[in-house]
Design a binder for this molecule. Structure first.
Ligand code: NAP
Length: 324
């Protein structure tokens, strides 16, 4: 059995595949494969482990309908035509839960960085502008006691709620399509209509998947509804906010600041005005980028591949309906 891996994954997962006697081809070049190159490799393999690949659309799955399994090295599966894969009987796997803490920490890191103006102050020192510190100068604000609005209170959102209630005594309000009663019990979280959440939150953090429903969810009107003292954080997907509207909202000081781990497009252009702004912080999609988390993700992906190759149910299936 042969698996094709389109990027360099940690030895944890790789070792698992090799121990099981699976033949592995791993694309080690620094360039990203085109859709056509990925198809060509997949045609010669039984399984595909994808650490981010554009064009996993219906055409891709039709060309590669022989694949016994496609294992994503991520929890998100936007950009993958799940319905087409299911129709062709291809199980798709992902890596849920193991990255909850790392991604929630990234959101928290962005919240703190923006609230305490850390990047702006770092730049100020670099420019030789430390100067005389006045007690009234360069003040940020406390997260303690503030209201955190979570849009998409699922696995990662819950982890962030846990950290922010336990360590900062923040009040949690949230918006999902369905009520999360477990979170309501654990964090005393209050469900609010989307617009009310925007109006009441001191920090809004997005944790929904990118879907047709959530694409462009945050535009100028939504930023305008937020408090001028509030922070916008996105560690979900760049497509959930409209970047031009965010830039305009920050320029007009409609909100206090923004922290992004995800941008639209990715990679972000070095010319983006967001990179010049004092009230914006951008990371290059590092939500799950810790050694421990990436090791665990590679294991999940390898476990999905091994199960799929054996014709068994994947341990972490995205489309369990493929079995019915
Ligand atoms: P999850 O457990 O499925 O949580 C997603 C939450 O979003 C659910 O509670 C869902 O509740 C809610 N939701 C979905 N559609 C919604 C809508 N239209 N309006 C309001 N709420 C909606 O997923 P997760 O594991 O926490 O991951 C969330 C996302 O984070 C992933 O899809 C991925 O894109 C992103 N992510 C990013 C990184 C990174 O590196 N930055 C790392 C990991 C994950 P309802 O179904 O009740 O609406």
């Amino acid at each position: 059995m042969k698996v094709f891996i389109n990027k360099i994954i940690p030895d944890h997962g790789l070792g698992l595949l090799k121990q099981a006697g699976v033949e592995v081809t791993m694309w080690r070049e620094p360039s990203v494969l085109t859709r056509e190159q990925a198809i060509a490799f997949c045609k010669d393999h039984d399984a595909f482990l994808s650490a981010g690949q554009a064009g996993l659309d219906e055409g891709f799955f039709r060309e590669c309908s022989h694949l016994k399994v496609v294992a994503l090295h991520s929890v998100g599966f936007d950009g993958v035509d799940i319905a087409a894969a299911t129709q062709l009987g291809i199980p798709i796997g992902n890596t849920p839960n193991v990255l909850n803490k790392a991604t929630a920490e990234t959101a928290l890191l962005l919240m703190l960085t923006v609230a305490r103006r850390a990047l702006y102050l770092h730049r100020k020192i670099k420019k030789g502008e430390w100067g005389v510190s006045q007690p009234t100068q360069d003040l940020g604000f406390d997260l303690a006691g503030k209201t955190l609005g979570i849009v998409g209170l699922g696995r990662i959102g819950a982890e962030l709620a846990r950290m922010c209630t336990q360590s900062w005594g923040m009040k949690i309000v949230y918006h999902n399509r369905t009520r999360n009663e477990e979170a309501e019990k654990e964090f005393g979280a209050t469900w609010l209509p989307f617009e009310e959440l925007l109006e009441q939150s001191d920090c809004v953090s997005v944790h929904t998947a990118l879907t047709e429903e959530t694409r462009g969810l945050f535009g100028y009107e939504q930023f305008k509804r937020m408090k001028p003292s509030a922070i916008f954080i996105n560690t979900a997907r760049g497509g959930v906010h409209r970047e031009d509207d965010l830039i305009r909202a920050l320029r007009e000081r409609l909100i206090y600041g923004a922290g992004l781990d995800v941008t639209d497009p990715e990679p972000m252009s070095p010319d983006s005005p967001l990179l010049q702004m004092d009230n914006a912080v951008v990371f290059p999609h590092i939500g799950s980028s810790t050694v421990e988390t990436r090791n665990k993700m590679s294991r999940c992906a390898a476990e999905n591949i091994l199960a799929g190759l054996k014709g068994e149910r994947l341990p972490y299936p995205v489309n369990p309906e493929v079995y019915s």
